[in-house]
Design a protein around this ligand. Structure first.
Ligand code: SPV
Ligand code: MG
Length: 431
């Protein structure tokens, strides 16, 4: 009997899958690789059904002989293990984001003379329509709030990008690139105080008030589904924080990060060039504890941000604060640095993991940006935030366009720097 292999996520199952299974099983004993929750989360939204449920469905379909987990989008590991005579897939992956994965399947099969058989994609399946229905329910606060915790349970390290309005959030939501045998995308959004303030032409000194921040959150929430982490600055007065946190939680935000500074807050990347005061451990712990007590769900996370390295207070101070903040109820720790080298961040990570093996650890590699995500991940970092890059890249592009128009006294010269009129008109679909 020949061996046949297909891989499916089976989160949305339709007659196209049944057709594929039927055809594949006619060629021999069919093994189905079911993509794990983690594998699905690396390239699209979190699965609606978990791995066990999806396996239960697949193994009861006529023609399926065996199921095995497929841990990545890439087939290589399973193919090398099984050495199937045939792999079946719909012909829809010849182009687009999965074409590299297809290529590696073809190469791997060559190792033992296996063959890839592609059957015509079942045209009348409107996956887009099904996805858009899921997307609508995915964006409501109740389904959105818990997504960050869920992602953290599935992936060792997640990648977050700043968004400061609906349009930048759509870029975070939808941008994907194919990289080797993976599809890279962002896992969620950071609503930065710096970029939210800058977009409004205001300095990053807690001047943009909570009502305005909530408007930004709502604008972003309305058009996206990925989890949101709010930069909560210092969290403000404890008496105000306990109210604000309930509002933020109710909106469907997944986490707030508050920093241990007090008084007039300035951006951390100024470091000690400007006057900034670190909060006392006792007072900040009181804030964390009060915040945690005010929450209504266990989905929402309060992450404590330590400014000791920014303010040159030393590693020991940073570590003892981390211990105290965890004890006060923090669901995670963010450690910030403005050094050009990652050494102090790496040292913190190593020492932190000695006493907090499970607590989510967040970093913002803006100044030490030569470091790859994989290196941070190996140091035990769970959340990597790109805190300001969309607005920082948009500004020079807009300024250049403005200058070119002034220089030329017409706009023809900026044509190739702009979306065409057709593109801008259709960028945001009407439904
Ligand atoms: C922000 O994005 O507003 C932050 C991160 O707080 S940083 O600008 O690096 O302080
Ligand atoms: Mg900030």
């Amino acid at each position: 009997m020949k061996k046949v292999y297909i891989a499916v996520s089976a989160d949305i199952l339709h007659h196209g899958h049944i057709n594929l299974i039927k055809k594949a099983s006619e060629y021999g004993d069919l093994t189905v690789g079911v993509l794990t929750d983690e594998a699905i989360a690396t390239y699209k939204r979190l699965p609606v059904l978990n791995y066990e449920n999806r396996c239960e469905i697949i193994k009861n379909i006529v023609g399926v002989k065996e199921i095995i987990p497929q841990k990545t989008l890439d087939y290589t590991e399973n193919l090398n293990q099984l050495k199937p005579d045939y792999v079946f897939h719909g012909d829809d992956w010849k182009e687009g984001s999965q074409s590299q994965i297809r290529q590696s399947v073809i190469e791997t099969l060559k190792g033992w003379g296996g063959e890839l058989i592609e059957i015509p994609y079942t045209e009348d399946v409107s996956i887009d329509q099904i996805n858009s229905i899921i997307k609508q329910s995915d964006s409501i606060p109740e389904s959105r709030r818990g997504k960050l915790k869920k992602l953290l349970s599935l992936k060792k390290t997640i990648r977050i990008m700043e968004a400061h309005n609906g349009l930048s959030a759509l870029i975070v939501e939808n941008t994907q690139v194919q990289k080797d045998e993976k599809i890279n995308s962002f896992d969620g959004m950071w609503i930065s105080s710096l970029t939210d303030s800058t977009a409004k032409g205001k300095p990053d000194i807690e001047l943009v008030d909570m009502t305005s921040r909530i408007n930004t959150i709502n604008e972003i929430m309305e058009v996206t589904t990925k989890p949101i982490i709010l930069d909560g600055d210092t969290g403000g007065l404890i008496e105000h924080f306990v109210f604000n946190i309930k509002t933020i939680e109710r909106l469907g935000v997944s986490a707030i990060i508050i920093e241990d500074k007090i008084g007039l807050k300035k951006n951390s990347l100024f470091g000690t060039e400007v006057e900034q005061t670190q909060d006392s451990i006792e007072h900040f712990c009181e804030k964390l504890h009060a915040g945690k007590s005010a929450l209504k769900t266990d989905e929402f996370m309060i992450i404590a941000r330590i400014e000791s390295l920014i303010l040159k207070q030393g590693m020991e101070d940073a570590l003892s604060r981390a211990k105290a903040y965890i004890k006060a109820g923090a669901d995670g720790i963010m450690i910030h640095s403005r050094e050009k080298q990652p050494d102090e961040i790496f040292e913190f990570c190593d020492k932190f993991r000695e006493f907090a093996p499970e607590i989510p650890l967040v970093v913002v590699p803006t100044s030490y940006n030569q470091v790859y995500e994989e290196e941070l991940s190996a140091k035990g970092v769970n959340i990597i935030i790109y805190a300001n890059h969309l607005i920082r890249s948009a500004y020079p592009a807009m300024q250049e366009t403005a200058k070119l128009i002034l220089e030329n006294e017409r706009s023809k010269e900026v044509d190739d720097k702009c979306l065409s009129i057709k593109e801008i008109l259709t960028l945001i679909p009407e439904e």
